[in-house]
Design a protein. Structure first.
Length: 150
């Protein structure tokens, strides 16, 4: 696989971009007492998804390294992976959503579909190819039963 930017770096790039949008463009400001609470709740959900996904990989004794999915030694289909094929990436999206709420900039949310497109195109699709190469029909059956996101 030829991925050049690790997913956590992609999250940081998008988060910084969201901040720059907020600092650069004064329109579309969202305010309310609820922002901090909602942001904290979404952050907790996102972090929970990331850790649940990573923990399932560790329990299955397979690689968590997103740069080398071809090194996977087990197809993880239990736990959170019964609900989503990509709970860690879903968690990253929820964390970025929380960041957008915290920033209070409606325009900053425009970065979320860009992140989803990028992570799908340059991370998820190559991972799916590697998993299909490694696990064949078992992965195809899993893929037919569990949605990519939720």
């Amino acid at each position: 696989m030829n991925l050049k930017i690790i997913p956590i770096a992609q999250v940081i790039i998008v988060a910084v971009s969201m901040l720059l949008i907020k600092l650069s463009i004064s329109t579309g400001h969202i305010d309310g007492e609820w922002k901090l609470s909602l942001s904290a709740l979404l952050s907790a959900i996102g972090i929970g998804l990331v850790f649940a996904g990573g923990n399932a990989f560790i329990k299955s004794k397979t690689t968590v390294n997103p740069m080398r999915p071809e090194d996977s030694s087990a197809l993880v289909v239990k736990g959170i992976y019964r609900i989503s094929r990509n709970p860690m990436y879903l968690g990253f999206v929820v964390i970025l959503l929380a960041w957008g709420v915290f920033l209070g900039s409606a325009l900053a949310f425009l970065m979320l579909p860009i992140f989803v497109w990028y992570i799908r195109t340059f991370q998820i699709l190559p991972e799916e190819k590697a998993l299909e190469d490694n696990f064949g029909e078992n992965y195809k059956v899993y893929k037919s039963k569990v949605r990519r996101w939720i």
